[in-house]
Write a protein that binds this ligand. Structure first.
Ligand code: PGA
Length: 263
């Protein structure tokens, strides 16, 4: 089955509430213009309740940037997966490199979160990526396989079809990031797809792997056209609606020449 190309953005700790409302209203319209993509947004958790109401019935999926794995407990400052799901979030982004770097998230806890997301009917969007140091030592493949195999441990093949993976090399993310070379991205996506098939058999083949890290209007097509790239996960370049629109247009011109999605 051919799936739609995935196009999404994590807002991180950006946008105030009125900006969030303005952006999402525009994105609803953009999504109607480009039904060939599955758009999704991952706003700050504080906005999920309102955005969940406003985005219900739209073509745009909604996600959370993080959550706890337990339903409730004495965990000051944490958010229950039950609440996240209640707000209408369909996606739980887990293990973004900033969470791993600055908040000590590890693969074992992320595995618990993956199971919690599946339990509440959400799609875990597990982010993996090698650091500059791991790349330098030539252990990119080992690092990624470790992140996938621990992060997805115990997921049964039936649930694997709800998993999304984002490949985001740590050295490519953010203002100080260096965009990854598309040929390198293709190589790494092949490693990730192979590992997913190893874990889940045929079901693993249907798991989309998105690329993220300094995606912009200039490089989006060169990245999207690479084999095994099933979507783009965009930070800075998608926070500005005009830029996100340009990216959508660029990809549209490319997709209309043949490639329609993944799978
Ligand atoms: P960026 O962020 O596009 O701003 O590099 C990507 C990400 O962190 O997902």
């Amino acid at each position: 089955v051919m799936q739609r190309f995935l196009l999404g953005t994590n807002w991180k700790m950006h946008k105030n509430f009125s900006e969030a409302l303005d952006y999402t209203a525009k994105l609803r319209i953009l999504a109607e213009a480009y039904p060939e993509y599955q758009y999704f947004i991952i706003p700050p958790a504080l906005y999920l309740q309102e955005l969940g109401k406003r985005m219900a019935g739209s073509l745009v999926l909604l996600g959370a940037q993080n959550m706890h794995w337990l339903d409730e407990g004495d965990f000051t400052g944490e958010l229950s997966p039950a609440w996240i799901a209640d707000c209408g979030a369909q996606i739980a982004e887990l293990g973004h490199s900033e969470r791993r770097q600055f908040y000590n998230e590890n693969d074992y806890d992320l595995n618990r979160k993956v199971h919690a997301a599946l339990h509440y009917g959400m799609r875990p969007l597990l982010c993996v990526g090698e650091s500059a140091q791991e790349k330098m030592y030539g252990i990119t493949e080992e690092a990624l396989r470790r992140q996938l195999k621990i992060g997805l441990f115990g997921v049964v093949p039936k649930d694997a079809s709800r998993v999304w993976i984002a490949y985001e090399p740590v050295w490519a993310i953010g203002a100080s990031g260096v965009p990854a070379d598309p040929a390198y991205v293709e190589q790494v996506h092949a490693v990730l797809h192979d590992c997913l098939v190893e874990l889940f058999g045929e079901r693993g083949r249907g798991i989309p792997v998105l690329y993220g890290g300094s995606v912009n209007q200039e490089n989006c097509v060169a990245l999207a056209e690479r084999k095994g790239v099933d979507g783009l996960f965009i930070g800075r370049a998608a926070w500005d609606m005009e830029k996100f629109k340009t990216i959508s247009e660029q990809l549209h011109a490319y997709f209309n020449t043949g490639k329609l999605g993944y799978g």
